[in-house]
Design a protein around this ligand. Sequence first.
Ligand code: IMP
Length: 431
Amino acid sequence: MTVGKNIIVVGAQWGDEGKGKVVDMLTEDAIAVVRFQGGHNAGHTLVVSGKTVVLHLIPSGILHKGVYCLIGNGTVVAPDALVEEIHGLEQQGIEVRSRLAISSGCAIVLPSHQMLDKMRELALGRNAIGTTVRGIGPTYEDKAARRGLRLSLLRNPEALRSQLEAILDAHNFMLEHCYGAKRFDVDSVFDMLLSYVEDLTPMLADIPNLLGRYRQNEKHVVFEGAQGCLLDLDHGTYPYVTSSNTVAGYASVGTGIGPREFDEVLGIAKAYTTRVGAGPFPTELHDDAGDLLFRHGGELGAVTGRRRRCGWLDIPALKKTARNNSMSMLAITKLDVLDHFDTIPICIGYRCGDDLLDEAPEDSLLWPECEPVYETLPGWKSSTRGVDRIESLPYAARCYLEKIEEIIGVPIVLVSTGPEREASILLGNWL
Ligand code: IMP
């Protein structure tokens, strides 16, 4: 019997790389798809049979019949958002409950976390992080402070009530005294949480145990990263990051199985670069080229509808994320967005003070000083939209991909040329 692989899929840039589509494709040979970090700040857009579905908390495998979807302990869960998402899928005729398993160790995102997120961003003014205002940061903070609520409390309303009182005391104090905002009423938050008990408790399960069982299967298990590695709390452009670890190593922590259980790490990168929210972005464009990337790439955020900042491909940043994740494979998405350019610059290094760097630095405070050094490649000025064979790509497009592969040193296994599943070129070692 061939044994299925445990494959981690991570965004190699600042998120929105098109992970949803790639995970969805991998799912054809998978028994399960697992989320291990983040929360409903994520927005995974899938286009299947002409229909667009945006998922926030539920793993992208849900659109495939018979595939299990797991939410690991490293994920933070807003019960209201999760139940709304389940209902939305059910209304489209997708069976969810028999296939969704959720760790009882997930931290609960409360409405007061969302309010704190909003108030902090307002108070930061021009220095705001540009969060999704979903309460993700404050929830991870409470988890680290050991006063957070976990989903297991839904099974014990008495304990839930007393822990909720304690945490709301802390939140209300901050809201009232730091931000002059309204207090949250314990009774109404408690009632709101109780109203989800019936929906959610049947799906609470022992995730490490399930993953141990799936390991015996011929099919793969896909660990679906959310956001991107440059938003990682430790390895990203701190403090302009999210509050979870988005790198592949967290797939172990956030699901409860050890690091020897993983076989492959697939990084996903756009053929150019985007970022939402504030923070350093060395290759950002403020000209017509940036505008073209924005328009042809449809670069509006799936969660907040914000315009994404756009720029050229940043190889030093990708080299860093390849290292931080021990990336074994690379997928390049949205190649077709580059169809419109006469020439395409790629950043191959940074000038940082007196140094010339070929890989982004560990110290995130150096990022704002990094000046990109470009090499300009010829464009192809013809449509690659929907191309599904490498031989059918224009010569210049193939050179562009070869250049990326050569410098980063990680094999490209997939090139995406449009949002549909079929608009994909599979190469060599694709699983
Ligand atoms: P938070 O995760 O809502 O705290 O936001 C922190 C940073 O991560 C902000 O720059 C957000 O724009 C960014 N971010 C969070 N989730 C996503 C995502 O799914 N895609 C892209 N950026 C994200």
